[in-house]
Design a binder for this molecule. Structure first.
Ligand code: ATP
Ligand code: MG
Length: 556
């Protein structure tokens, strides 16, 4: 094993490569980058890339920078730039130095394009889109050379300058690399390097009328920033040939320690979609309430839902890095979250579907203050005050007139149960409404059971949660389920029609008064109910988003 290998992480093919490159002395330290295009909000797939790039830099004492790959003014927006910065920081990563923008390199890209023209390796082509397609050929058939391929260097330089100065209309011509129209890699058949766009750019305004293509801009940006390992997803595997070709034909970059591209498989999660274009469609068609809808797989949605940065980082570690395309089970993400929340989430009690309980032998007008641990396994988190009186709420599911079997550990007539953090009670009778729904349960309490078992040795098997009625706060609970009804909705042309109609169910219940000032985005464990966090968009009401259930219930 290399002396450079951080020991606590599994060695995947990227770490092998880095180890080799450090051992051989090709690089003395590593530089990675996270290069989002600011055309949408980041999603959990991007989190994989962020954790990979920033994580490698951390582990190897290298550097990782944040670069906005902003070469397409039509789809990009400063709102997205801001959200991406916030999401990366929230995930717990710090970019090295200033934020970079590909648009900062526009003048350099232009000079490199001229260098290729001067070397006879690029030309301005006036074929229209349809002709270009026809000339390109197919996977089985070689393409044909463009009639503009042999234009002189001088003329090409002049034409590129005219493109830049806005003398041609959008789509009238492009700058193409002169590579090989018979290449088995379609991306090597004289790919476009520059196109004309008249849109206003969010960083450079109307200064530029030509914009570089991804394949041209990306490798050069990497090289300018001294990136050593340029990590991207598998769709770019073939484009690596173009990445290498461009850098090898530019004098500044044709060196052994130039950047190299390595591809890994992208994250696909079940029951959701994972492309900014599709997520944007959900937002624009009002199928969700926004990019940060808690059902969205966006970082901002997960955050609003109560996910922690630690759980997302842990999830990325659990799935690992490979070259095999696969669908990831949502359970892996939720398990990582549960494992984190189980240790960090404060405990509280809330009743989602309340029915009233009257404790007949408890004095009227008396309210008792009790102490309950904030975390039963972690005393250092302290205690909270809860209340007990003659009127309480319990959950409808926790009472049956007759216990259905011996295993029933909740309340029934003549069947005792302990109220969590309080007394043992026994039900005597109940009221129903016209439809037969139970509205009120009457019970008695055993005053000698606070924090101890009954003195006569009788065993109380069940524990249920409750909220004292006079001090209870009303709260909205938003219960979430899978956003889509199909495992892989993105495969369907009309994925937007596959939204799960029960993906959001809103209901009203009650919570402990200690929750009045619960911070948004901080998940609490509502005992026996699941993890919930206060919604960050509803400052004037008490709204709790269900973060995740206590156990995996999807497959049961
Ligand atoms: P999308 O397809 O969702 O629009 P993108 O690839 O166009 O994503 P970029 O902003 O270009 O989005 O991506 C920034 C970085 O994040 C890239 O390096 C990209 O490879 C990586 N990335 C994007 N989606 C995923 C994913 N699902 N899993 C892993 N990495 C991803
Ligand atoms: Mg992209």
């Amino acid at each position: 094993m290399s002396e450079n290998t951080p020991t606590d992480k599994p060695v995947n093919f990227i770490r092998h490569q880095i180890n080799d490159d450090l051992d051989s002395g090709l690089h003395s330290s590593i530089q990675t980058r996270f290069p989002p295009e600011p055309n949408g909000y980041l999603h959990i797939g991007h989190a994989k890339s962020i954790c990979l790039n920033f994580g490698l830099a951390q582990d190897y004492n290298g550097k990782c920078n944040l670069r906005f790959d902003d070469t397409n003014p039509a789809k990009e927006d400063i709102e997205f730039v801001e959200s991406i910065k916030a999401d990366v920081a929230w995930l717990g990563f710090e970019w090295d130095g200033e934020i970079q923008y590909s648009s900062n390199y526009f003048p350099k890209f232009y000079e490199y394009a001229r260098e290729l023209i001067n070397k006879g390796l690029a030309y301005v082509c006036f074929l229209n889109a349809e002709e270009t397609r026809e000339y390109r050929g197919t996977l089985k058939e070689a393409g044909k050379d463009s009639p503009y391929r042999e234009t002189s260097v001088e003329e090409n330089l002049a034409l590129l300058a005219k493109m830049k100065d806005g003398k041609f209309s959008e789509g009238e011509c492009v700058l193409r690399a002169k590579i090989d129209m018979a290449s088995s890699f379609m991306c090597m058949r004289d790919p476009a390097l520059y196109r004309i766009r008249f849109d206003k750019h969010h960083q450079t305004g109307n200064e530029w009328r030509i914009y570089p293509m991804y394949d041209f801009a990306h490798c050069i940006s990497d090289a300018i920033e001294n990136v050593t390992h340029s990590l991207c997803t598998l769709e770019f595997q073939n484009n690596r040939h173009l990445y290498d070709w461009i850098l090898e034909h530019l004098d500044d970059f044709d060196k052994p320690n130039r950047p190299h591209q390595y591809e890994f498989s992208r994250l696909n999660l079940e029951y959701t979609v994972m492309s900014k274009r599709k997520l944007q469609q959900l937002v624009e068609d009002n199928l969700v309430t926004g990019w940060d809808d808690p059902r969205m797989p966006t970082i901002s949605g997960l955050r609003r839902r109560g996910y922690t940065p630690a759980s997302i980082r842990d999830f990325v570690d659990r799935i690992g890095i490979s070259k095999v395309d696969s669908m990831t089970d949502m359970k892996i993400l939720e398990d990582a979250l549960r494992d984190d929340l189980n240790t960090v989430a404060p405990r509280t009690m809330g009743v989602i579907d309340p029915i009233r309980v009257i404790i007949e032998n408890y004095p009227e007008d008396q309210i008792e203050t009790l102490q309950a641990p904030i975390h039963p396994q972690n005393e250092s988190m302290g205690k909270r005050e809860i209340f007990f009186s003659r009127e309480l709420f319990i959950d409808r599911a926790d009472f049956e007139e007759v216990a259905p079997n011996k295993k029933f550990k909740r309340l029934a007539i003549d069947k005792e149960v302990r109220l969590r953090n309080a007394y043992v009670i026994n039900a005597t009778t109940f009221d129903t409404d016209f439809d037969g729904n139970i509205t009120t349960v009457y019970a008695t309490y055993d005053a000698d059971t606070l924090g101890k078992n009954p003195a006569d040795g009788r065993k109380i098997k069940g524990v249920i949660h409750f909220v004292e009625a006079t001090k209870a706060l009303k709260a909205e609970f938003r219960l979430y389920d899978r956003l889509f009804t199909l495992e892989n909705p993105g495969k369907n042309d009309h994925f937007e029609q596959l939204i799960n109609p029960d993906s959001l169910v809103s209901t009203y219940g009650v919570i402990e008064p200690s929750m009045a000032n619960a911070e948004p985005e901080v998940a609490y464990q509502f005992e026996r109910e699941g993890y919930f966090c206060r919604d960050n968009q509803s400052p004037d009401e008490i709204v709790f988003n269900k973060t995740v259930s206590l156990r995996d219930t999807w497959n049961s």
